[in-house]
Design a protein around this ligand. Structure first.
Ligand code: GAR
Length: 206
């Protein structure tokens, strides 16, 4: 399919380390995201390491800290900034704020989330970060993984775009499992899904 129009502008929303943000930027630098460009990193945590990563890369950052803004104001500020920067795709990469139905519907089909398990297992409200891997180990499943899905008003419930399985090993800790899931699944499928959706959005721009 031939593409017209500019690349899709991507904003990554992140509350912590930003390794998924970094994976997207690395993929873009390697030419693997020809249909999109990361132009903005937004966080709800002033201490988030993603800020250092973005600053180092010369990517604009915006902080709407949870401790400083009430949730509704934070969300409205983020929405206004995304509009102002003409963001075409929003990527939730470890963003620990659940977004309202209003926000989500404004970005229907244009917002993705990465979750560190094979949805529908180990997902939903309260299942995030290390907690997911703790629950995986407590249940004793032998295979876990990661999922990229569209964001809808149902927490972790939107249509699935990509999944990848990862083996759980004898002696795993939540931390060792988290690292393997990131390395073998998240950092692989998220950039791929970002390109898939950017390509689709660009084709729709015509
Ligand atoms: C990632 O493992 C991501 O899948 C998870 O938070 C981590 C963020 O790491 N997200 C969730 O649990 C959402 N429910 P990062 O900041 O290094 O990308």
């Amino acid at each position: 399919m031939e593409m017209y129009g500019p690349k899709v502008k991507i904003a990554v929303l992140c509350s912590g380390g930003g390794t998924n943000f970094q994976a997207i930027v690395n993929a873009a630098e390697a030419g693997l995201i020809p249909d999109g460009e990361v132009v903005l990193a937004v966080t709800d945590n002033r201490a988030a390491h993603v800020l250092l990563r973005a600053e180092r890369l010369g990517i604009e950052t915006a902080v709407f800290d949870k401790r400083e803004y009430p949730r509704a104001v934070r969300e409205e500020s983020i929405a206004a900034l995304l509009k102002e920067r003409e963001i075409g795709l929003v990527v939730l990469a470890g963003f620990m704020t659940i977004l309202s139905e209003k926000f989500v519907s404004a970005f229907e089909g244009r917002a993705l989330n990465i979750h560190p398990s094979l949805i529908p297992s180990f997902c939903g409200p309260g299942m995030y970060g290390l907690r997911v891997h703790e629950a995986v180990l407590a249940r004793g499943v032998k295979v876990t993984g990661a999922t990229v899905h569209y964001v809808t008003e149902v927490c972790d419930g939107g249509p699935i775009i990509a999944q990848r399985a990862v083996e759980v090993r004898e002696g795993d800790t939540p931390e060792s499992l988290q690292k393997r899931v990131m390395r073998e699944a998240e950092w692989v499928i998220l950039p791929e899904a970002v390109e898939t959706v950017c390509k689709r959005l660009r084709a729709l721009q015509q």
